[in-house]
Design a protein around this ligand. Sequence first.
Ligand SMILES: Cc1ncc(COP(=O)(O)O)c(C=O)c1O
Length: 367
Amino acid sequence: MSVPTIESGISIDLIDTPCLIVDMDLVDKNLNTLFSKFRERKVNVRPHLKTVKSPEFAKLLLAAGARGVCVAKVAEAEVMAEAGIEDILITTEIIGRPKLERLTRLISKHPEVKVVVDSILGVEAMQEAASNANVKLNVLIELNVGQNRAGVEPGEPALKVANEITKQGNLNFLGVQGYEGHVQLLTDESERKRLCCEAMEKLMSTVALLRENGHSIPVITTGGTGTSEYCADAGATELQPGSFIFMDGAYNRAIGNRYETALTLVSTIISKPAKNRCVIDAGFKSLSTDSGNAQLKAFPDISYRPAGDEHGILESSTESIALNIGDRVELIPSHIDTTVNLHDYYYCHRSGKIENVWRLEARGKVQ
Ligand SMILES: Cc1ncc(COP(=O)(O)O)c(C=O)c1O
């Protein structure tokens, strides 16, 4: 699929809707806010690309100071490796022969790709796949630090997995990954910090146990947009924030204006059936709803709700809406990762003038 030919410098008002527009001045500001903070503290940042899903944005993150990147899936890693990015951590367990074979094929060309594992079964399957393909896999243990998603339990269960990894001829043990996803979006900052510190205690005490038992742990990787500062304080060697580059409604509610809302969706009013109700061309297929509904950027009194795959409703319960058919509105997605996954292109602009159109090469790469 080719990128639409859009002359640089044209106004974003001329781009067809619904479309994702990215204010690159605000992206620059977000990159500067995050990287200057952690550069001073000498902790590495390995941003999670499950937000941007684009090699161009990945390269921007690396140029800003990222030391490697994270992805969630082997298919995403393939896209990034193809684009020339070598140091990639896949943060989800890789299970099943088709995926393991795909992984070892990728690693035979890109040996810096790293993976996580959280079970003895997983270790054995990785060893078998790596040995069959005659490659070495760089492996981290994923710990459950409280999210109760994947991850081996801290302490002795993690030690058993570490002992198993170091017995294998084709696995190279690099360290541990925690991810305190259960606290990222808590709106009470002191509670977010308290629960993150509890999670970091589980991570760091397990690191201590592994080290006491002779394991070298060069990498302790964790942290998201809502917790990275606390993870750095606790001793993480690298941080994995993703959403900070664009932000979204859920993160705005949780951490306020620490970072700028750099990405919005532009939509057109296609019908105005009542004076207090308009219909726009953005429904479930344009804006994800797993974190609630998107919000209108400039009209806080007007609510948005999806009204089908391709329709959305703007409504004011009190007054008539001062917008008409053909007008364009900007919406702030409630959850950036799942919204971005619905689109083909980013329309990147500065002060409303298009600078670049970047394809979302890794959208839909769920395998
Ligand atoms: C393992 C892992 N690390 C980091 C992140 C990035 O977090 P955020 O987008 O909240 O900054 C995620 C997000 O889901 C994740 O699953």
